[in-house]
Structures are given as C-alpha cells and as structure tokens.
Ligand binder design. Structure first.
Ligand code: AP5
Length: 216
C-alpha cells in the first residue's frame, strides 16, 4: 500500500504516520525527518537544508525528488509506505507518479488532514519530541504518561525543533498555501483524495484514517 498524508505544518501527519506504521506494518517516509538527519550529520545537503528550513521555505524540488526515488526503493519500503511531507509541489507530485509508474506501482490514497490555521500555530508552539526515539508530544494535548519520561523508550531527554517558532511557522504556512495546496485538486482530479477532520482528537483522527483505509 502507498499512502500520502497531506496537510499543513502541525496537521498531525507525523503523529498519525507513526500509528499507521504500528497498526499496518507500513514504513513512514518523512522528508522532514530525512532532512533533519542530514542537518544533524552536517552533510552538504544538511548545510543547505538547515538554512532553508530555518527560513520556513521549501528545499528545491530536484533534491527532494532524488531523495524520495532512492528512499522508496529500499527494502524496508517493500511492504508499503506512508509518505509524510512529500510531495509538496505539483512538480514533486508529477515526479512521484512517474517514479511509481516506472515500477508498475501507483498510489492507493492521498489523505488530507484538514485543520484551522489558529489550531496549527497552537500545536506547533507546544510540540516537543523525545531526543532519543523521536516520539512526538505536546505541552497541553499529548504529554507523556509519566511526566518527563518518554512513553516509547523511557528517555528523559526532549527537544524542540528550531523551525517551530512563531515567525517561521507563518512562513511555513504561507509556503503550504502557495506551493502545496495546489496538489489537492491534482489528486482530487485523479480520484485519490480523501479528507479527514484533523481538528478531532488524535484517537478520533486515527479512526477516521482507518475507516478510509478499510474502504479502499
Ligand atoms: P516537515 O518536517 O515535513 O514539517 P511540516 O510539514 O511542517 O509538518 P510538521 O512536522 O510540522 O507537522 P505534522 O503534520 O507532522 O504534525 P505532528 O504530528 O508533529 O518539514 C519541515 C521542513 O522541511 C519544511 O518546512 C521544508 O523546509 C522541508 N521539507 C520537508 N519536506 C519537503 C519537501 N517534500 N519539499 C521541500 N521541502 C521539504 O503534530 C504537531 C503537534 O500537534 C504535536 O505536538 C502533536 O502532539 C500535536 N497533535 C497532533 N495531532 C493532534 C490532534 N489531533 N489533536 C491535538 N494535538 C495534536
């Protein structure tokens, strides 16, 4: 199965992708996580991506298309993938179609998570994650069961993303509406688009996504 989770920054793509990994045995492929790993490793791509991400802009299409083409060909993606953060432009969407077609594959669904802007800003402002395993939390809505201890790996270290600040969030939202929103009609026209109410609580969003997948 090949799914896209589509939505603006803070819509809950990463949160739901991790749940689908566990429930469906699919692989989460997050371009944001891949870029952050490159930044952490200090590669030439990481140095370029760091500057672009901190400005809330998009990394050039050619770089992202090559990155995904290489990633989805790896063995851990054979059982299926959840694309989280890709595609982000019509050019990326077209390139994805071409790379899947060249492997005689296609997308099963594009699930758009719809959330109001004010809620997105609130979610991003409160987001933090485990420094060891990356599990995502929120200051108000999703705290670890035992305060200060990661539910998943037991680590006591947490971190916040450098692009989760008020100025960068506004730039990221602007990029989303200008560059990414046009892929909604692109997939609608192909009959692949499904919408879920991303404003609902995390469990309720998961149930909506599972219902979409059952209906495929
Ligand atoms: P990326 O890492 O993809 O970030 P994003 O799209 O901005 O999305 P986020 O990770 O911020 O949000 P999310 O939807 O995953 O929400 P989450 O589940 O964490 O990209 C970062 C940057 O990399 C881009 O700006 C760009 O520069 C570059 N980039 C990446 N891909 C690219 C591409 N293809 N092309 C070009 N450039 C690219 O949830 C957010 C918070 O809300 C959490 O705290 C969570 O606990 C909470 N939460 C989640 N769901 C709910 C809920 N239902 N109710 C209440 N709280 C919730």
């Amino acid at each position: 199965m090949k799914l896209i989770l589509l939505g603006p920054p803070g819509a809950g793509k990463g949160t739901q992708a991790k749940r689908l990994e566990e429930s469906r045995g699919l692989k989460q492929v997050s371009t944001g996580d891949m870029l952050r790993a490159a930044v952490h490793d200090g590669t030439p791509l990481g140095l370029e991506a760091d500057r672009i991400m901190k400005a809330g802009k998009l990394v050039p299409d050619g770089i992202m298309i090559d990155m995904i083409a290489e990633r989805i060909g790896q063995p851990d993606c054979r059982r299926g993938v959840i694309l989280d953060g890709f595609p982000r432009t019509v050019r990326q969407a077209e390139a994805l179609d071409a790379m899947l077609a060249s492997r005689s594959q296609g997308l099963d669904a594009v699930i758009e998570m719809v959330v109001d802007d004010a809620v997105l800003v609130e979610r991003i402002a409160g987001r933090y994650s485990c420094a060891k395993c990356g599990a995502v939390y929120h200051d108000k809505t999703q705290q670890p069961k035992s305060p200060g201890i990661c539910d998943v790996c037991g680590s006591k270290e947490f971190k916040r993303r450098p692009d989760d600040n008020p100025q960068t969030v506004q730039a990221r939202l602007q990029e989303y509406y200008q560059q990414t929103a046009p892929i909604v009609p692109y997939y609608k026209q192909k009959g692949l688009l499904r919408q879920v109410d991303g404003m609902a609580q995390v469990d309720a969003v998961t149930r909506q996504i599972e219902a979409v997948l059952e209906g495929l």
